[in-house]
Write a protein that binds this ligand. Sequence first.
Ligand code: GLN
Length: 484
Amino acid sequence: MSIQYKTISELRSMLDAKKISSKEIVEETFNLIERNSDLNAFITLNKDAAIAKSIEIENSSVKSSLHGIPIAQKDLFCTKDLRTTCGSNILSNFIPPYSATVIENLENAGCISVGKTNMDEFAMGSSNETSFFGGVVNPWGDKLVPGGSSGGSASAVAAGIVPAATGTDTGGSIRQPASLCGITGLKPTYGRISRWGMIAFASSLDQAGPMARTAEDCAIMLNEMCSHDTKDTTSLSEDIPDFTKELNASIKGLKIGIVKEFDMSKLDDNVVSIFEESKKHYESLGAEFVEVSLPNISLSVPAYYVVAPAECSSNLSRFDGVKFGQRSENPINLEELYIKTRSEGFGDEVKRRILIGSYVLSAGFYDAYYKKAQQVRRLIKNDFDSAFKEVDVIMSPTTRGAAFKAGSKGSDPIQMYLEDLFTIPANLAGLPAMSIPNGMVDNKPIGLQLIGNFLDEKRILQVAHSFQKSTDWHLKTPEGNKLS
Ligand code: GLN
């Protein structure tokens, strides 16, 4: 029985009706991984342990929706006794002695981690081309990038290998690849999910989240991923609702904000017309559109590219050849140990970020760059606070266009940075946001972004689900497209 492209809910029904066992699902998952190895979606597989767990849990009493379901884990989450590389040479032999809270939560709910997915090095990138382990292929086209940094997770879900995967989103790394691969991805409110055991990129922006085919499956994943964690001081202690409840609530009378300052002229024509179609669709479901103003939104990308590198330069100082991972051979003294290890271990994009970050934090430039960027960030957050007094959600395209060819943006980092034009603001403001498939451009999927108010994941999931109940963009598969 084929399990390819099945959702969590569908696999759940098959398991509950005893039409298939978890062991059969897991074995079939590894066949799919092998048949799709040209996607390069996985860095490390967890085959023996996964099959052993599928047998072991067969008669267990845990009964969560994820019980016995295969999930792929982004290689940024520490996994006990399973190599965790963060897409980098410097961690290419790192085996963590513990698992991230997210991984523990999911595994305690009975899910089966089948492997670690490929990603941009230390989650820095928008095309998965910065991985030490090579680029990931988007199943929608041979030379197309899957987006990044959670490109391996997006590709694995889009190819129907796993029903869901974990991702992380610092400036768009769940939503942008979800958009480019035609799947659904959710970045929760900052602090909703524990960051403990997530290898830090920019700590004040990083947030884990689910990537799946449907909003319903994202809700199922989110239920298990969230927890209040005393090991992460930014973990929120607010009540965690059941995100699957009220998914079917009507959106009649819902007020959707359209941002006046988002410059649609910079988008592909097709993306604009698809966006307009989606607006009409929401109107037919009873929603109302309201123009909102976010006056400082155009400063999001510049502010992000000061704050994120600053935090990265500090976070990545721990990779010095002493505490973790690779160490360069035969250094003549301590200084050379640091220099050689870091020069050999990090790729170009990571080095660029460390240099920029060290510069903006240095004594002479701190006030001019870092402090200013933090002030701008606060203004952007205030803009959102005012907008959410008028509307329930804010809607925009997720990306400026569909998936692009590998290598096509290589020489100009700014072009790559602009990939996250629409996604970065939600990270700066700490707000929940998701991407759902809403159309195709030249046979390639694109996504629609829904931004919610603080802790209002339930609402954006509802709004996404109502779209998916009445459209079929999320059901499209790249089958037969691979070599186009
Ligand atoms: N593309 C953005 C960057 O390179 C965001 C990455 C992310 O969300 N991890 O910083």
